[in-house]
Design a protein around this ligand. Sequence first.
Ligand SMILES: [Zn+2]
Ligand SMILES: [Zn+2]
Length: 240
Amino acid sequence: MDTEKKQSRWTDEELAASVDTYLKILALEEDGQTVDKPLEQRILQEGALINRTTKAVDFRLQNLSFLFVELGLKPNSYPLMANIGSGVAARVEIILASKGVIDLDDYLPTADEETLNRRTEKLRGKKLLGVPEGIEKPKKVTVTTTSYARSPRIKAWILDNAKGICEGCDQPGPFEQADGTRFLEVHHVKHLANRGSDRRSNAVALCPNCHKRCHHANDKDEFTATLYQKVERLKREQLD
Ligand SMILES: [Zn+2]
Ligand SMILES: [Zn+2]
């Protein structure tokens, strides 16, 4: 009897069989075929999901639709059901990765900014579908980062010298701060990470737009070259 079947933890085999059926239905639908879903579910129940109720099998296939949308993949016609536990979702993601449906690494939450940006760029390149729910309570992690001990005297001089005007675009900083000065950031033209110095000859005061441009724009090298030209105190430092 269906009702006597126990609600035990789903095994990886059960989840993998569900994913197989889900993908099979998806492929048939993509191919324009009409799928007899109750029949597919019965086949599942006669095989790997012999210990599961009809309702449980139906729910599982529905929450695979939810997970597919969360991953940005096109779901099959099963309605979205949201109550997939994060533990099950993580296990299904591993199964999807093993079947080559997703690259697991792309989706892993990370506290490392560079890794986050790399994964973001890769996912953006995939033109994912749908609107993701995300993480309600992101895990707090302690990370070791490398920073440089910088001179407050130099930072103060660079900012005082700029008088609130960006040395990149010559516009005032975007907003006034509590102390009445315009907000600007100090950028090291030769990055500290590339062994640039923390001296007046390597530091500029920039608005956030110009600052981000130095780091991320497709014309960052050309833009940096204009800074060397227009800000007289700047000196190019040795490449390593
Ligand atoms: Zn600017
Ligand atoms: Zn910078």
